[in-house]
Design a binder for this molecule. Structure first.
Ligand code: GLY
Length: 434
């Protein structure tokens, strides 16, 4: 019990990663930069304020054994390269490899070159070409428009009419979406359930985390209303939703991706998030909707508890990946149990969230529930909301139904609540259809 870890980030994902690392007997200290109200409560955790440029000096001075980079922005900005250049062990991809998330054009060209299934896609660099491409792909109802760069979850448009399509194109080229606006990607629109799958890669070898999960990206029940960062997630998907054959095809996508990056001279180190669709138009075959260069949020809030419950040492898993030793590492072949996370969001989210609301019920314990903080802060003796996604309530149990009951029982006036709180009561609805 001597290892020190530094986790970059301060959302529900980092709280969940920290929870997993905190459980490892090898670890005695976890620094979060900047962390949140939940990470500060972990028995081995402390939050610190550090400029990104000062992280490497802090790590060297404090003999940090492992840095885990949570969010997209620092990986895409090249934090992992800066740390590796000073011989600091880091879990997170290089700036070039993170282009799989940081540039939709890079990811599109990569998948096309490596024969990885993706929607029919065109990279365009002018408004005129964009409008012609939309027309040639069958009009606004048949396409998806993606800003090229990171856009804080606001870079994907599924227009409902022609005006919305034109508006999206003009906003992207005006630099209003990803801050650059020199190109965008237009894809054919497919339909079907989305699945999140996570692949650990040390650049050479990879291991798929054997837990397929499903996020709920719209704010309202029934998958209605505006897109959000994710309002809830469940895992695993039942067998009738994701067959062994489909999982085999997902394995092949993971293999082609990791091998393809290695062969290009851009080995991928860290976790690759494959956002897939089981496309109805392809009889349920998986296609890549997006890659992300990080763990998902809220997916991490179900994955880490399930890994822990199945005997995985999370520190060991991350460290083995970062050290390039995955060839000698195995995850469990299958996972038992189920988990559901429900996001408690501020009134006004995803537009203008109302913040600084006191969160009640955090000090109680709830059966088969873990509370992860998203955006919270401590003010005097209270914990208050600090942004849109505030608390993630993870329920677990032997089945999805049990997990859902546990999570829902912890929410409300006798459980966790705050003024104006909104949440979806139908997380997992697709899995409950049968
Ligand atoms: N689950 C959505 C995301 O992490 O981007």
């Amino acid at each position: 019990m001597t290892k020190k870890v530094l986790v970059v980030g301060g959302g529900g994902r980092e709280n969940a990663l920290g929870y997993g690392i905190n459980a490892s007997a090898s670890v005695d200290r976890i620094y979060f930069v900047p962390g949140n109200g939940g990470t500060a409560m972990l028995s081995k955790g402390s939050n610190i304020e550090l400029e990104q440029d000062n992280i490497s000096s802090f790590c060297l001075e404090n003999k940090i054994d492992l840095v885990v980079i949570g969010p997209d922005a620092p990986v895409v900005a090249g934090l992992a390269d800066k740390l590796r250049a000073r011989n600091i062990t880091v879990f997170g991809p290089s700036k070039v490899a993170a282009q799989l998330e940081g540039s939709k054009a890079f990811a599109t060209e990569f998948m096309q070159a490596k024969n990885i299934p993706l929607p029919l896609s065109r990279i365009v660099k002018s408004t005129k070409t964009a409008l012609n491409t939309i027309e040639s792909l069958g009009g606004y109802a048949n396409i998806v428009i993606k800003a090229d760069g990171l856009a804080g979850g606001k870079g994907v448009f599924l227009p409902d009419n022609e005006a919305e399509a034109k508006h999206a194109v003009s906003d992207i080229f005006a630099g209003k979406v990803d801050g650059v606006g020199d190109k965008l990607v237009i894809q054919q629109r497919y339909h079907g359930p989305e699945v999140s799958v996570f692949v650990l890669s040390d650049g050479e070898n990879y291991r798929i985390i054997p837990i397929a999960s499903q996020d709920h990206k719209r704010i309202l029940a029934g998958d209605k209303g505006p897109m959000t960062g994710g309002m809830g997630v469940y895992a695993p998907l039942p067998k009738w939703m994701l067959s062994t054959d489909q999982w085999g095809k997902i394995t092949s996508i993971a293999s082609k991706t990791i091998k393809g990056m290695r062969d290009q001279g851009n080995p991928y180190q860290g976790v690759l998030y494959m956002g897939l669709m089981l496309a109805e138009e392809l009889d349920g075959d998986p296609i890549v909707i997006e890659y992300n260069a990080r763990f998902g949020d809220p997916e991490t809030e179900v994955i880490i508890p399930l890994l822990l419950k199945n005997g995985v040492d999370v520190y060991d898993m991350l460290m083995t990946t970062a050290n390039g030793l995955l060839a000698k590492y195995d995850l469990p072949g299958s996972i038992s149990g189920a988990a559901i996370t429900i996001c408690l969001a501020s009134a006004g989210y995803p537009g203008s969230p109302q913040i600084n609301k006191v969160i009640h019920g955090l000090d109680k314990s709830y059966k088969n529930v873990i509370l992860f903080h998203g955006s919270t802060k401590k003010v005097d003796d209270s914990v208050v909301s600090a942004s849109g996604r505030v608390i993630f309530v993870t329920g677990f149990g032997p089945s999805l139904k049990a997990a859902s009951s546990a999570a829902n029982a912890a929410i409300g006036k006798d459980g966790v609540h705050f003024d104006g709180m909104q949440y979806r009561k139908d997380i997992g609805h697709r899995a409950f259809r049968k």
